[in-house]
Ligand binder design. Structure first.
Ligand SMILES: NC(=O)c1ccc[n+]([C@@H]2O[C@H](COP(=O)([O-])OP(=O)(O)OC[C@H]3O[C@@H](n4cnc5c(N)ncnc54)[C@H](OP(=O)(O)O)[C@@H]3O)[C@@H](O)[C@H]2O)c1
Length: 254
């Protein structure tokens, strides 16, 4: 029987590339995201290769998430891998200038949404047992502070710790949990973060070599297809041309 991957945020970036990567290997796909037309287009592209089920949902809506799992067609119920990828950063400004609404949106999506999906998926993953995986998409922002990261980085620190804590509870179930923490990657991420500023997005990625969505999809596929006795707890991945800055020091003005 074909293996099944459930991907959140499959309408763009890492999620879309991950759908294509698993399709290449013959996995059945459950693709979710809010934008129905993009889900339908991806289904049309990949359905000639593998079975595809799409479900338009907002991960922040626990009832909608549960309903999507309840409505999974029989052929997609033997879930092997959950990729908790849906997420976003907003408010690329200092904390003191950030809108409270943007903070709430990040917490509701990256924390509450990820928890909603994990809770609904767990019974199915437990049924699969050995070889099943939860792959959570964290970020280097969950480990390293930088200006303008405020609540975004804090949500990804939650993803990191939640992943480790899940591993502790799931030790005897065969279900693995991995936090994949990417650095700078060129997707629609910065367009979303800047609320549609294409020039700002282009400028961020200009003159350097960011990660691509395909790079991350390959790592997701790698951790999900390791032998059942191997669990990668955390994978932090940066472009070679990205590293850390010195500590900032505030000095008296001359
Ligand atoms: N790109 C980077 O540099 C980078 C680095 C580290 C970590 N990450 C993380 O990687 C993940 C994927 O981001 P990306 O770079 O691929 O960005 P992206 O191209 O903007 O994709 C984000 C995906 O998340 C989905 N999404 C957002 N809010 C949602 C909601 N409320 N309900 C359901 N789906 C939702 C979007 O789908 P809809 O809009 O259709 O709902 C979209 O498919 C995120 O968790 C992000 O924090 C990105």
């Amino acid at each position: 029987m074909s293996q099944v991957v459930f991907i959140t945020g499959a309408t763009s970036g890492f999620g879309q590339a991950t759908a294509r990567r698993f399709a290449q290997a013959g996995w059945s796909l459950v693709l979710t995201g809010r934008r129905q037309e993009r889900l339908a287009a991806l289904r049309d592209e990949l359905a000639p290769q593998v079975p595809v089920h799409i479900a338009a949902l907002d991960v922040r809506d626990a009832k909608a998430v549960q309903a999507a799992f309840d409505a999974l067609p029989e052929a997609f119920r033997a879930l092997t891998t959950l990729v908790n990828n849906a997420g976003l950063a907003l408010a690329p400004v200092p904390a003191q200038r950030a809108a409270l609404e943007d903070w709430h949106t990040m917490i509701d999506t990256n924390v509450t949404g990820l928890v909603n999906v994990t809770h609904a998926a767990l019974p199915w993953l437990l049924k699969t047992g050995a070889g099943a995986s939860i792959v959570n998409i964290g970020s280097v922002a969950g480990e390293w502070p930088y200006p303008g990261s405020h609540v975004y980085g804090a949500t990804k620190a939650f993803v990191k710790q939640f992943s480790l804590n899940l591993r502790s509870d799931l030790i005897a179930t065969g279900v693995r949990v991995t936090d994949i923490a990417p650095g700078m990657a060129e997707t629609e991420f910065t367009l979303v973060r800047t609320k549609g500023d294409q020039a700002a997005s282009d400028a961020l990625y200009a003159g350097t070599t960011p990660l691509t969505a395909q790079d991350i999809a390959e790592q997701i596929f790698y951790v999900a297809t390791l032998p059942a006795h191997m669990a990668i707890n955390r994978l932090e991945i940066m472009p070679t041309r990205q590293a850390w800055a010195p500590f900032a020091v505030d000095r008296d003005k001359p």
